[in-house]
Design a protein around this ligand. Structure first.
Ligand code: GTP
Ligand code: MG
Length: 212
């Protein structure tokens, strides 16, 4: 169901080792001025509210409460930075889309996330999460266009694959692949995950280990 076979045993092991080390929350930034100083390469987790960004950060790091998760959309309201052994930083972004808060507050986080994605010199990769039940939405396409413009490489990651019938996962991946191939900075192959059971998680770590 997932695509773990596309990675060698060595790549999977390198991913396991990277994520088995120390992992600490280092900063929460609610404004562009309060971003932590430039350090290790950064991988950011972007996507619509409630798509499962914070859950994926927890699943990757094997922690349950490192990043705060909620069933209510609009939970993460700042940029949260996690340091992996000084080698890589994971950045959990606020979501865009349907948070039930005032427009001005929402615009605040969305502008902040967009400004970060556009201008962070150490940002080496974005995981752009897509709910496999809903597919790529116009707000995702807008993010993709902005990342293309900023020349930041990103990969689509389908989340919550446990919520679609197994027979439909292939079609969801095909649809995401077709969109990715229209975008200059998108990795041509989308990935799939299920954060709760950790399905697909070893294979999510492998390409990130290749960045350090
Ligand atoms: P915001 O911070 O609000 O933008 O949301 P987020 O993208 O960080 O989502 P979060 O990780 O908080 O998860 C939102 C909800 O989706 C929670 O109720 C999670 O338990 C659930 N969820 C996350 N990943 C999965 C998954 O793989 N499968 C299922 N079924 N639910 C998931
Ligand atoms: Mg979150």
């Amino acid at each position: 169901m997932t695509d773990d076979t596309q990675f060698t045993d060595e790549a999977i092991e390198a991913g396991r080792r990277l994520f088995a080390g120390r992992c600490d929350f280092i900063a929460g930034a609610a404004s562009i001025e309060s971003l932590p100083p430039i350090g290790a390469p950064e991988v950011a987790f972007a996507g619509r509210s409630n798509v499962g960004k914070s859950s994926l950060v927890n699943a990757l790091t094997g922690r349950t409460t490192l990043a705060r998760v909620s069933s209510k959309p609009g939970h993460t309201r700042q940029l949260n930075f996690f340091d992996l052994d000084g080698r890589l930083e994971l950045v959990d972004l606020p979501g865009y889309g349907f948070a039930q808060v005032s427009k001005s507050l929402k615009a605040g986080w969305q502008d902040l996330a967009a400004a970060y994605l556009r201008g962070r010199p150490t940002l080496v990769r974005v995981c752009l999460l897509i709910d496999s039940r809903h597919g790529v939405k116009e707000s995702d396409r807008e993010t993709m266009r902005n990342l293309d413009k900023a020349a930041v490489v990103y990969q689509l990651v389908l989340t919550k694959i446990d919520e679609v019938p197994p027979s439909k996962v292939g079609a969801a991946l095909d649809a995401a692949r077709a969109v990715a191939r229209q975008h200059a900075a998108a990795h041509p192959e989308p990935l799939a995950t299920r954060s709760e059971t950790k399905a697909g998680i070893p294979a999510r770590r492998a390409p990130l280990a290749a960045l350090v």
